[in-house]
Design a protein around this ligand. Structure first.
Ligand code: FES
Length: 188
């Protein structure tokens, strides 16, 4: 019986080797855990701007519908909180859009010229009716009709239209930005 028990015990050298392997494995596992813990905040830090970019579209309340005259463009500021991955600024002017009332619906056009990003103006007709002559960019003379369609100049596309809805009597705009200088309407 006693000789069986002795035969199951590893020799001293083998026992030392086994305990060194166990120590090495434990050290490696600990190092991995530390590396993951250290990388975690860095990964969040690196990926956060990507997540922030995904939320570029936002519904922003603007003026009351009855403050718009039928067919007469009105430029309104888009004011909302500006958020990035780490901070929030309250009540920041993010840009502006042209609103044109058409009955109970409202056409919203980005005020940013698709050519190189200047701010477009409504053209006042000789009779003094704002917007009856469409829109014009003061930088390189691109021109657009009252619906935002490009009629002349170097702009590569029409003015960028934005979605709108009426909520509690107010015009709410799905505010987005688009790349300039290209034919396609591509959100930034
Ligand atoms: S920026 Fe508007 S025409 Fe060039």
């Amino acid at each position: 019986m006693s000789s069986d028990t002795r035969s199951k015990s590893p020799p001293p050298e083998q026992a030392q080797t086994t305990s060194r392997r166990t120590l090495a494995l434990a050290t490696a596992a600990g190092a991995c855990a530390l590396a993951a813990a250290a990388a975690g905040p860095s990964l969040v830090f690196a990926l956060a701007p990507l997540q922030a970019q995904k939320s570029s579209g936002r519904w922003v309340k603007t003026v009351k519908l009855d403050q718009l005259q039928e067919g007469v463009p009105r430029r309104v500021a888009i004011v909302d909180d500006r958020k990035d991955a780490w901070t929030v600024e309250r009540g920041v002017e993010l840009g502006s859009v042209w609103l044109v009332r058409r009955g109970d619906r409202v056409l919203a056009l980005s005020a940013v010229c698709p050519h190189l990003g200047c701010s477009v103006n409504a053209v006042v007709t000789p009779e003094g009716r704002g917007g009856g002559g469409g829109f014009a960019c003061p930088c390189h003379t691109s021109a657009f009709d009252p619906g935002g369609k490009r009629t002349s100049g170097p702009s590569p596309r029409d003015l960028d239209e934005l979605e709108t809805k009426i909520d509690d009597g107010h015009v709410v705009v799905d505010f987005r930005r688009f790349r300039i200088g290209i034919d396609e309407k591509v959100e930034t």
